[in-house]
Every structure is written in C-alpha cells, then in structure tokens.
Design a protein around this ligand. Structure first.
Ligand SMILES: CC(C)(COP(=O)(O)OP(=O)(O)OC[C@H]1O[C@@H](n2cnc3c(N)ncnc32)[C@H](O)[C@@H]1OP(=O)(O)O)[C@@H](O)C(=O)NCCC(=O)NCCS
Length: 155
C-alpha cells in the first residue's frame, strides 16, 4: 500500500530540497528559499515523502508580531506528483502543528499570475484579497487567509 508521510524539516534537508526546487517550481527560486528556514525555522516546516521518496516541502513560521497567525512562506510539490493531495497534506500538517502552538489562522501569498497557486488556495477554502505592491513596486500579491484547522474535507 502506498503511503504519504510528513515530518518537520532539519538543516540536512536544505541540500536535497535546493537540488530539486528550481525544476519543481519551473523557475529560479533563489534566496526565497533561504537556508535559515531549514537551519533556524526547520521545526515549523514540513517535509513530505511518498513511499519513502521525497515529494514536497513547505517553509513556514508562527508570526512573532501576531502569535495567533501561522504564515506559509513557500511550498512546492514534485511536478510528477501533482493533484494527489500532497500540497493539501503539507498545509494540513503545518496547520495542525501551528494549531498546537496556539495559532487560529493561516496566511499565504500568491502572485496574480500564478493561477495554479490561486486555484490551490481557493480549493483549500482560503479567502484571498488582492494587495497592490505588497512585496515591492509592481509586485502585487493575493493575500490568502483561512481559519485553522484545515480539515480533510477542504480538498
Ligand atoms: C500549488 C501546488 C503546491 C499544489 O500541490 P498539489 O499537491 O498538486 O495540490 P493538491 O493535490 O493537494 O490539490 C488540492 C486542491 O487544490 C486545488 N488545485 C490544486 N492544483 C490545482 C490546479 N492546477 N488547478 C486547479 N485546482 C487545483 C484543487 O481543488 C485540489 O483538489 P482536487 O485535486 O481534489 O480537485 C503545486 O501545484 C505546486 O507545487 N506548484 C508549483 C509551486 C508553487 O506555485 N508554489 C506556490 C508559491 S510558493
């Protein structure tokens, strides 16, 4: 029987994640995927394996300014394993752990051009609002938010 499993990230996960990130994302990821997310914030992130094979990861944190807010910075799923519930599983695992730490809501961003990411967040029951220049001049983003937990029925 095939099995999907999740665990927190650690510093040793940076290199294998770096190796596949550009290919899985379909573009250069650069410093968005800074290793501080593995070295210093790894326990908040999520690593996914399908039958023991690495198939996706999520970088996230609990906000220091708003301790009830869990924030997803980056996530990607192996391009050959899309639409199998792995992205939703990464979000649920992250959300469940954040809930245990006192968070009540989760936020993530998507650029307006990333229709796949927008469909994913809408599919998971997030509500989005368009914010002009959110991460810089001309860098509009949809800011998605929803309450925790992200229940299984959300996919
Ligand atoms: C976005 C992404 C993580 C989704 O991962 P995934 O494992 O394919 O998503 P899931 O299978 O869990 O999908 C959950 C739900 O989201 C929606 N969804 C996901 N991808 C979709 C798509 N391409 N089109 C329409 N709806 C989509 C669906 O409602 C889906 O449920 P369903 O398959 O039962 O209909 C993946 O497409 C990806 O890695 N994209 C590139 C990276 C990226 O853009 N990351 C975001 C910026 S950091």
């Amino acid at each position: 029987m095939s099995a999907l499993s999740f665990r927190p990230l650690g510093p040793d996960d940076f290199a294998p994640a770096r190796e596949v990130a550009d290919e899985w994302m379909g573009r250069e990821v650069g410093l968005v995927m800074h290793r501080l997310f593995f070295d210093q914030l790894g326990s908040s992130g999520v690593w996914a394996e399908f039958d023991g094979d690495f198939c996706g990861f999520l970088l996230g944190l609990v906000s220091q300014r708003e301790p009830d807010l869990a924030y997803i910075h980056f996530h990607v799923v192996d391009s050959s394993r899309r639409r199998q519930g792995i992205g939703a599983g990464l979000y649920r695992e992250f959300g469940d752990r954040a809930l245990e730490r006192g968070c009540t809501r989760v936020r993530a961003l998507a650029p307006l051009w990333n229709t796949q990411s927008i469909a994913f967040h809408e599919g998971l029951g997030f509500h989005g609002s368009e914010q002009p220049d959110f991460v810089g001049l001309g860098q509009d983003r949809v800011v998605f938010e929803r309450l925790l937990p992200i229940e299984a029925a959300a996919r």
